[in-house]
Design a protein around this ligand. Structure first.
Ligand code: MRU
Length: 344
């Protein structure tokens, strides 16, 4: 059910091969990392992205750290904790990164007899569990699309962004299997163009047709009545359902309300930050102005600058459904306990 040509991460046993997503769709190239700081750099530099994929990569980074330090120094535990801190600093918004690192730390804290095997098993399980969760979410989410004629998605939430299959894109894949006439629209997702460079490419690898639109065409698409649902992933969901996702998600949710289009968030429970009551305190990554600015303005004393937040928070009240591997919560803002029924 997953396409072997579309794998963000390949674990070799003593290194991690990372597909350089910055080169897609023109070039398919894997870079090999043999230590944790290399993996942290792969996350920071956007070779690997998408909340679940970042968490999985970080888990393998911890395995590499243990492999490197365990046999070589008495202070190996401290060296591994320092590497974990480096991995944690790589990107701030996707909670899956911290969730995966906490899981790896818990294994380290147990001090099992064969520490290398134990951390390796944990990382492989994080990876496999994410794939299994995606397939479940695909089935759950597709039930909501039984009568849909068209959907739109934002950013990339497919195999490249996850352990395989995808979150929002997994729901779309499952829905297309049941209804091959479902029309799929993908927004370009400026400034990194995850929609244009990754999402439509991934769908094409599976023979699924998709239509790309400029982000600014979304309102007009909704007005045309071509879509019934917008379906997105998430980088961090608070306990009341407020959802941080790629910049532009909040605009889409607001437009969806205006046009009577339903709005679905699809994410594994590893993306839910139960410590946050609402989305107010989610740290939003702000990236370099030069990612937005034409090169002529990227000079000292330029009068033109750029503000480049790369995520935003969609209030729960704009969300029609949150889909996880543990089930679906409809209209999360109307549930007195938020989305706590999903907590396992
Ligand atoms: O900056 P990126 O490319 O890491 O952002 C990715 C997204 O925002 C995805 O939509 C999100 O992680 C959901 S992924 C399954």
């Amino acid at each position: 059910m997953t396409n072997p040509n579309v794998q963000a991460l390949i674990w070799t046993g003593n290194s991690l091969d990372v597909l350089d997503q910055r080169q897609l769709p023109e070039i398919t190239r894997y870079d090999r990392y043999a230590d944790a700081s290399g993996v942290a750099e792969a996350i920071k530099s956007m070779r690997v992205r998408g909340a679940p994929a970042i968490g999985i990569a970080a888990a393998y980074g911890v395995v590499l750290s243990v492999q490197q330090h365990f046999s070589e120094s008495e202070n190996w535990h401290q060296a591994v904790l320092t590497d974990i801190e480096t991995l944690a600093q790589s990107r701030p918004t996707a909670v899956n990164l911290f969730w995966a690192l906490d899981k790896m730390k818990a294994v380290l804290a147990q001090m099992p007899e064969n520490i290398v095997d134990a951390v390796t098993e944990c990382a492989i399980k994080i990876h496999a569990d994410d794939l299994a969760a995606n397939q479940k979410m695909g089935d759950f989410g597709a039930t909501l699309l039984a009568n849909a004629k068209g959907v739109m998605t934002h950013c990339n939430t497919g195999s490249l962004a996850t352990g395989g299959y995808g979150t929002a894109l997994g729901v779309i894949r499952s829905a297309v299997m049941q209804n091959p006439n479902l029309k799929i629209y993908a927004g370009e997702t400026r400034p990194w163009l995850q929609g244009a460079r990754l999402t439509v490419w991934e769908l094409a690898q599976d023979g699924i047709p998709a239509t790309l639109i400029a982000d600014s065409a979304a309102a007009w698409l909704m007005k045309s009545r071509a879509i019934d649902w917008i379906i997105v992933g998430a980088d961090r969901i608070a306990a009341n359902g407020d959802t941080a996702n790629k910049i532009g998600t909040y605009s889409l949710a607001t437009l969806a309300k205006q046009h009577g289009v339903k709005f679905m968030v699809v994410a594994p429970t590893s993306t839910i930050d139960w410590s946050l009551e609402n989305g107010d305190n989610i740290e939003i990554e702000c990236r370099e102005p030069r990612e937005l600015l034409p090169a002529c303005y990227d000079v000292p004393d330029s009068l033109v600058s750029a503000w480049n937040p790369v995520f935003d928070v969609t209030p729960s009240a704009l969300i029609s459904a949150i889909v996880t591997e543990n089930g679906i919560v409809l209209n999360p803002s109307e549930q007195s306990n938020g989305i706590r029924s999903l907590q396992s």
